[in-house]
Design a protein around this ligand. Structure first.
Ligand code: C2E
Ligand code: MG
Ligand code: MG
Ligand code: MG
Length: 282
C-alpha cells in the first residue's frame, strides 16, 4: 500500500489487521449463504420529487447485521467485498431482494414506483456477471425494466471495456434506467454524459452539505442542474439535511432530493408506512 521500492517489516498490528480481514471475508461468505439469511438486509431511503413532495422512488442500501458484532459499517466491508469479489454474490442478492420488494410495492402502492440499486464496477468487469441474468430474473417476477434504476459511479465510465459498454446497453435496451451516483467526486468528465445515455445524475452530498446562497457549491449545483437538464438528464441531490438546502435546491430547479431532512434509510416495514402516506411534504 506504500508503493514500490520500499520494504516493511511485518508487524503484530499488521498481523492483527490481516486476521481481522480474513475473518471478515469468511463471515461475509457465510452471511451470503441462504441458511444465514437475515444477516444482510436492505434499507430503503425515499427519493422525494421536489415538485410535489411525493415519494415514488427509493434507494436500496445494504446493511450487514453480524451475529456477534451487530451492524458492521459499510465502509468496513464494501471495499473488502470488492477486493475479494464477494461483491458479485452480494450484488446478486441485493438485486433480487430489491426487485422483489419493488414488485410487491408496485402491486400494492401503484406502478409508478421505482427502485434504485447501487452497483459496483467490479460486477460489470467480472466474467461471471451478466446483466441478462438480472433481466431474466425481472422477467420471472413480472417486473418491467422501467421499474428499476441502476446506480453506477463515474469510475465505471472511466475504464469502459467492450464488456462494460455492452452490459450497460443491455439495461438500456430493457428499459432499465441508469443513474450516475456521487457526481462530482470522481474524475468527472462531461464527455461521459454525452457518451452514455444517462437518465439521472446524483449530486454528491459533499456539494449539498455547504449549500448556502452565494457559495461556490451553490454555483456548482446550479451549473450541474442547468447542464443536466439541457442534456435531458434529471437531477437528484444527495444528503439533504436542512430546510435551507432543500429550498435552495428547489430554487435551482433540482428534480429530486434524498437525505435525512426527509427520512433516513428505513427497514422495509417502516418504509412501507411512509409509502402509505406517500407525501413526505416539501
Ligand atoms: P451512496 O450510494 O452514495 O448512498 C448514499 C449514502 O448517504 C448512504 O450511506 C446513505 O445512508 C447516506 N445518506 C443519506 N442521506 C444522508 C444525509 O442526509 N446525510 C448524510 N450524512 N448521509 C446521508 P450508506 O447507506 O452508508 O451507504 C454508503 C455507500 O455504500 C453508498 O453510497 C453506496 O456507494 C454503497 N452501497 C450501499 N449499498 C450498496 C449495495 O447494495 N451495493 C453496492 N455495490 N454498494 C452499496
Ligand atoms: Mg447510491
Ligand atoms: Mg451517492
Ligand atoms: Mg455518496
Amino acid at each position: 500500500a506504500r508503493g514500490r521500492n520500499c520494504y516493511q517489516y511485518f508487524t503484530p498490528s499488521m498481523q492483527e489487521h490481516a486476521v481481522t480481514r480474513m475473518q471478515l471475508v469468511r463471515d461475509m461468505k457465510s452471511a451470503i449463504n441462504p441458511a444465514n439469511s437475515g444477516q444482510f438486509q436492505l434499507y430503503y431511503q425515499p427519493i422525494i420529487d421536489l415538485r410535489d413532495g411525493s415519494v415514488t422512488k427509493a434507494e436500496a442500501l445494504i446493511r450487514w447485521y453480524h451475529p456477534e458484532r451487530g451492524f458492521i459499517p459499510l465502509n468496513e466491508f464494501i471495499k473488502l467485498a470488492e477486493e475479494t469479489r464477494i461483491i458479485i454474490d452480494i450484488g446478486d442478492w441485493v438485486f433480487r431482494e430489491a426487485t422483489l420488494q419493488c414488485a410487491n410495492w408496485r402491486d400494492r402502492f401503484g406502478d409508478d414506483f421505482q427502485i434504485s440499486i447501487n452497483t459496483s464496477p467490479v460486477q460489470y468487469h467480472s466474467e461471471h456477471f451478466r446483466v441478462s441474468r438480472w433481466l431474466d430474473y425481472m422477467h420471472t417476477i413480472n417486473l418491467p425494466g422501467k421499474a428499476v434504476v441502476v446506480e453506477i459511479t463515474e469510475g465505471l465510465l472511466m475504464e469502459t471495456t467492450g464488456k462494460v459498454t455492452s452490459e450497460l446497453l443491455e439495461f438500456r435496451d430493457a428499459g432499465v434506467q441508469v443513474s450516475l451516483d456521487d457526481f462530482g467526486t470522481g474524475y468527472s468528465s462531461l464527455a461521459y454524459l454525452k457518451k452514455f445515455d444517462i437518465d439521472y445524475l446524483k449530486i454528491d452530498q459533499s456539494f449539498v452539505r455547504e449549500l448556502e446562497n452565494g457559495s461556490d457549491d451553490m454555483a456548482l449545483c446550479e451549473a450541474i442542474i442547468v447542464m443536466a437538464h439541457k442534456l435531458g438528464i434529471k437531477v437528484v441531490a444527495e444528503g439533504v439535511e436542512t430546510e435551507e438546502q432543500k429550498r435552495l435546491l428547489m430554487a435551482a430547479s433540482c428534480d429530486y432530493a434524498q437525505g435525512y431532512h426527509f427520512a433516513r434509510p428505513l427497514p422495509a416495514r417502516d418504509f412501507e408506512a411512509l409509502l402509505t402516506r406517500r407525501l413526505v411534504g416539501v
